[in-house]
Design a protein around this ligand. Sequence first.
Ligand SMILES: C[S@@+](CC[C@H](N)C(=O)[O-])C[C@H]1O[C@@H](n2cnc3c(N)ncnc32)[C@H](O)[C@@H]1O
Ligand code: SF4
Length: 379
Amino acid sequence: MKDLRERELNPFKILHHCDRLQRLARGQDVVPVTVEIDPVAYCNHACGWCVDPIHEPVKMAWSTFERLTDELAGFRIAGRGVEGIVFKGGGEPSLHPEFLAMVRCSSDLGLAVGIVTNGSRLQGCSATLADHAAYVRVSIDGPTPDSHRRIHNSNDFDQILQGVSDLVSARENRRHPVIGLSFAMDIHSLDLAGAAIALGERLAVDYVLLRPPFFEEVGRAPTMSPAEAERVRQDLTRTAIAYQGALEVLVGNWVGDAEQGVEQALAPSGRRDTRVERSLPIEHRTGRCLASPLLAVVTADGTLYGCCNLRALPDWAMGRLDYAAGVGFAQLWRSKRRREVLARMHRTACIRHCTHPLARYNELIEVLRDSDRPHSQFV
Ligand SMILES: C[S@@+](CC[C@H](N)C(=O)[O-])C[C@H]1O[C@@H](n2cnc3c(N)ncnc32)[C@H](O)[C@@H]1O
Ligand code: SF4
């Protein structure tokens, strides 16, 4: 797909939601654009650096899922509603026995569906995903059987590749789902970046994403030093720039706080001292994060969180769905508990867990907050 970067992957697509950004800048609430729903809280792989803080044998009841998506499809604030559902977290979403029904149900309600999966159950899912998903990203990480086994601690590399291949065939010549492979690569797998791209070409996917893994923010022991992390990012970037083929090769541009060299400068709130480094993510510089209501996360047990990085951390839970007792998503969204958690998120009390997924939107909201509009007369 030649124009993927200009369309689906264009960071300025947030402009379609500029009214929500304006509301956030004015201190008003919005309905999330995207809701991540975790079908399960468990996984059949065991990646050493998995971002999930906990895996446990919990799955979302179908009745909860049905009530939730039905409610999300109709939930409005200021005329705007939820537009997309992402199945990615809590563990491996495709392990839910009703995963494909969840995909179909969301799409039938008019919600766009994104899926992030380890690919282990793709075989047999390809027709449904080809018809109902807007994107499918497969986390391969190790592009060879050995490296995949080492990182995922699983033995299903060939089945995963077959599943991706089936999905690409089932899509035929349609634009969606956009299909990508992602590779979290550390210093020990860096020399496989070329193999990762070659695998993407062989499977004829649309893009390959190369990125260094997160460690401290997701509570994992680093597998490399900050200097090595910087080298990994530079090498991945060089590899992507040197690539001349048809595939989109993307490099994750997130820089870990350890790599920023400011881990010693934590203020008592957990926030970095703004004097330390001028290029820090905006949340460190302003001590504010106002963008989080653009996204919501509902975990497999029905608990609402305000950011993907806070999922399953009890201090950050905004309440739990209980449709039998009349507690739905809208009640939780408008609850006192959410306002209390959101106030802490606004002042970045959660920043030690942050990988800055919404930083670029905070940049925009900060501009919109400045009612003096300094130098807005110049373009
Ligand atoms: C936690 S997984 C859940 C979905 C699914 N099980 C999978 O692996 O794709 C969500 C995404 O986070 C990525 N991921 C896991 N641990 C990571 C880390 N420490 N740093 C960066 N990405 C990570 C995975 O590769 C995947 O793309
Ligand atoms: S496959 Fe995904 S959820 Fe499972 S352990 Fe790996 S990163 Fe975590």
